[in-house]
Structures are given as structure tokens and as C-alpha cells.
Design a protein around this ligand. Structure first.
Ligand code: AVJ
Length: 338
């Protein structure tokens, strides 16, 4: 068994700002803007990850089950992408690894030569993932990397020659605006070689009520997931937000194609954040934007692949056609300089 993870440290990167300082800076910047905003990347502390786990089990949150069905019914196609060559399975933001396990189990049972390389910014998430994967798959060869995606990918390209299959599952790309998604995918292209593949999960545009319900469950788990952002500011940055004075409000913007989530201040109030050294005032009914979850049309996906240097190999759907796992191949020409 060879199962371990590596933590890229500041001297490997050029990241000299501590996580707490970065969080404080982002809170200062976001709450100083108009309209106010807090980034959804801060949802996932220990409590937030537990809440997201619960969200994935909600009957309303169809995304996880759809993707599970897709991977289960198409698991045999992924191992053939590199026609027998050894490869890396690089996963961006693995979460609990439930969906990835379907692929890993399939690859192991076929005796394929591969190494599993999950990348995650959260060290606790990585520890949990590595320990559960090593229990499930004693013969798995894995090397986790705790770092930002691109730092990890750059490091990876300097230490391996294998082909890469990059997994970006669960509609995680949906948190990026369409222009941000383009920048991200082109950045990914830059770290990869001609012939490498990426597998991306896209949530498709569908009945609006159905999409909205997935982000507004009646039990209030998704609301709590959003409130946890403010709780986190209180816990980690010494804030004094009165959570009950904010109302969670998700909506669907038909034009941009995103579920947009907000925390709306129900009264005029202010909150002091000790680590930021100042207070923030809210007018009654003033919103804080917390998350975008972009939904895609077929043609959006085609346009995105074409404009960032990939060829679409496969579009894999669930039986209801709510979700698509899209397999793209990196195309580099002689004239593309890396
Ligand atoms: C983890 C980003 C895919 O946008 O659907 C779930 C996060 N937010 N419910 C999504 C989320 C509210 C989720 N992603």
C-alpha cells in the first residue's frame, strides 16, 4: 500500500499570506463592495462540509444522484481513454470520494496502471478522504496534494510524465461565472499535455422550480449552509453577526443562467469583526451575495470547450437528462507554445 498526502508548503509556492489573513481580507473586500458579497469558497469548513454532505442526501438536490447514475452506467468508458498507457487520475475538490470510488474500483478491477492524485485546499478534508480510500482500496496507489488547484497542477506537471485524467465533478465549475470558467479551463489546459483528458460535471438548464428547490430545501439545510458563512466569520474572525436577523434567499436568474443565493439583512443593523478591525453596516433589506451556481445549455458546453482548446469526446447523461458528465481531450498544435 502506498497511500499518503503531501502538503505543499509556502516555500514550494509563493503563498506567504496565512489562511486566516486571507479570509479576513476577503471579508473586508467583499463586505466593502456594493452590493456586498462573501465568497462561496468559504462555505467548506468542518461544519460546512458536514452540511454539504447532508445537502447531497436531500431528495431535492438531484445533482449528486444524477452524476452517480452517470458514472455507474458509463464506468467502463473512462479506462479506455488512454488505450492502455499508464495515467494519473487527478481530482480537483474530491469531497467524500463516493463518486470517484466508482471509477477507481473499475480501474483496479481491470488492472489498469494508474495513480490517484486528489487535490484539495482543506487539510481535514484530505485526511478524511485518504483514510477512507485506503480502507476501501488497500492496493490503490495514491498521492494527495493539499494546495490551491493551479499550484498543485504546476507541481504535478514538473514531477510526472504520465497522461492525466482530470476529474472536476459535481458541478463545481458552476460556482464560476462563464468568463471565469473560461479562464479556469484555459489555465487547466496550460498545465496539461496534448491528449490529456478532463471529465467535467455540468448541471443542465431545466424546469425552474426543480432547480430552485434543489437550492431551497424545506428543512432549511441549504439555508444553514449559507448562515454558516456568517457563523464562520463570528468563530474565526471574532465577528458578532446576529444570524437570525438575516434571511436566506435563493433565486434563479434566467438570463445569466445561475441560481444566485443571498443573505438579506431584515433590519438596519451593523456587525463588528474584530480581526478585520471594523464594523459593517446594513440597511434594512440589503443583501449579501453568497453563491452562484451556473446552469448550462448544450451549446454553452460546446462553446466553452471549443474556445478553451479542447475537443469533446463524450457527453454522458443520466436517464432524466438533468446532468451531463462531459469528457474533453486537450488539443495542442505544434504552434501552441506552452
Ligand atoms: C458544490 C458548488 C456544486 O452549487 O450545487 C449546494 C454547492 N450550494 N447547495 C452547487 C451548493 C447550495 C454546489 N456545488
Amino acid at each position: 500500500m502506498n497511500l499518503d498526502y503531501k502538503r505543499l508548503n509556502p516555500k514550494d509556492l509563493n503563498n506567504i499570506v496565512s489562511p486566516v489573513r486571507l479570509f479576513a481580507l476577503d471579508v473586508l473586500n467583499g463586505l466593502s463592495e456594493y452590493p456586498k458579497r462573501l465568497s462561496s469558497k468559504y462555505f467548506y469548513d468542518k461544519r460546512g462540509s458536514e452540511l454539504f454532505q447532508k445537502i447531497m442526501e436531500l431528495p431535492e438536490y438531484y445533482l449528486t444522484r444524477c452524476e452517480f447514475e452517470i458514472l455507474q452506467s458509463h464506468k467502463n468508458v473512462f479506462g479506455d481513454l488512454f488505450s492502455g498507457d499508464s495515467f494519473n487520475v487527478v481530482e480537483l475538490g474530491a469531497g467524500d470520494g463516493m463518486k470517484t470510488s466508482i471509477l477507481i474500483e473499475n480501474f483496479l478491477s481491470r488492472n489498469l496502471q494508474f495513480r490517484y492524485i486528489p487535490i484539495d485546499i482543506s487539510e481535514t478534508a484530505m485526511q478524511t478522504l485518504i483514510s477512507s480510500m485506503s480502507k476501501k482500496f488497500p492496493s490503490l496507489n495514491a498521492q494527495g496534494v493539499v494546495a490551491e488547484y493551479f499550484d498543485a497542477l504546476k507541481w504535478l506537471s514538473s514531477v510526472t510524465q504520465q497522461r492525466n485524467l482530470v476529474l472536476f465533478l459535481g458541478s463545481n465549475l458552476g460556482n464560476f461565472s462563464k468568463p471565469q470558467a473560461r479562464v479556469f479551463l484555459r489555465g487547466l489546459w496550460n498545465t496539461l499535455n496534448d491528449g490529456d483528458c478532463v471529465l467535467i460535471g455540468f448541471d443542465l438548464k431545466k424546469d425552474i422550480e426543480l432547480m430552485l428547490k434543489a437550492y431551497n430545501d424545506p428543512g432549511g439545510i441549504t439555508a444553514e449552509f449559507n448562515y454558516n458563512l456568517l457563523r464562520r466569520v463570528n468563530r474565526e474572525l471574532g465577528g458578532d453577526f446576529e444570524i437570525s436577523r438575516f434571511r436566506f434567499y435563493p433565486s434563479y436568474n434566467v438570463f445569466s443562467g445561475a441560481i444566485e443565493s443571498y443573505l438579506v439583512s431584515q433590519i438596519e443593523q451593523s456587525a463588528f469583526v474584530k480581526q478585520v478591525g471594523q464594523s459593517f453596516t446594513f440597511e434594512a433589506w440589503e443583501p449579501i451575495h453568497t453563491e452562484y451556481s451556473y446552469k448550462y445549455l448544450e451549446s454553452d458546453i460546446e462553446g466553452l470547450a471549443a474556445s478553451t482548446g479542447y475537443k469533446i469526446e463524450m457527453q454522458l447523461y443520466d436517464s432524466k437528462r438533468y446532468f451531463v458528465d462531459s469528457v474533453w481531450r486537450v488539443e495542442k498544435k505544434e504552434t501552441d507554445n506552452r
